[in-house]
Design a protein around this ligand. Sequence first.
Ligand code: NAP
Length: 293
Amino acid sequence: MQTIILNGKKLAEKLHQNIKIKALELQKKTGKKPTLAVCLIGEDPASQIYVNKKQQTAEELNINSIIERLPSNSSIEEVIKLVKNWNDNPGINGILVQLPLPNNLNSDLVINEISPIKDVDGLHPENLGLLCLGTPQMIPCTPFGIYSIFKEYNLEISGKRALVIGRSRLVGKPIAQILTNESATVTIAHSKTSKEELDYLLKTSDIVVAAIGVPHFINGEQLKENSIIIDVGINRIDIEGKNKLVGDIDYESCLNKVQAITPVPGGVGPLTVAHLMINTLKAFEIQNQMYNN
Ligand code: NAP
């Protein structure tokens, strides 16, 4: 069986073209440029890379981008004050606080302060609640990106047995909810799931979404033939003296065994950024009374 490689990079490029045109149209109609504000706290190297990538992409797509860098010893009051200022600023349409935060800051307290209609990461309880009800407003970017892969490649979700490994607020829980809304039968596994149980679930699931953060945690032998595999993991490991990016799935061992798989890099990652931009334009439209489903 020839495995389909689900090319997220190519899909993201296609989405970018539409976003770029739409952002310009919105600017022409309103005289205002859609604006994304990102708060980066501390010096985490991966976060610096992600934030730079978001800024670069926004600017390429006719979206204004503001980055506020705060020191790692910032207090929760300082961070919340910034978020509240951005909530009240009509010139800012999307607010994103880059996660993870330094250990001294509780990310829930910060996310809860973001105005739900500016919450382009889709992590505010109101947005997660609406997703849960099947009437989403802002959908978290990575799960939204994963959903776009299913749509682009016409991959059936309804009636399928789906396994999501990982239960984070950022990825596992919202993608499990989206798959449920799309009528899959969903199981969520996590670190307390027994090895026997996980092995059984892997062998019997039509769709597997791995959002764990453990390099090559799963290999092709463990998977059901013909299944659809979405690898969310981003892990850096040393291979023959070279620093490489790998997923949670051992990609090579899945080829010619599964129906379709996302590579790492070039799978889910680029779609996360694209959907951040899509959410920013949606936030702009909502705030300018221009949004209709
Ligand atoms: P996270 O918050 O650390 O959550 C990891 C989840 O994996 C937890 O629910 C944890 O279970 C579960 N887990 C850990 N070890 C496990 C094991 N041995 N067996 C089964 N489950 C296990 O991570 P995250 O934010 O969801 O991110 C997951 C991965 O995706 C990371 O590699 C991250 O870098 C990547 N990521 C990629 C993108 C992208 O755009 N491609 C976006 C976001 C994240 P417990 O809940 O029991 O601890």
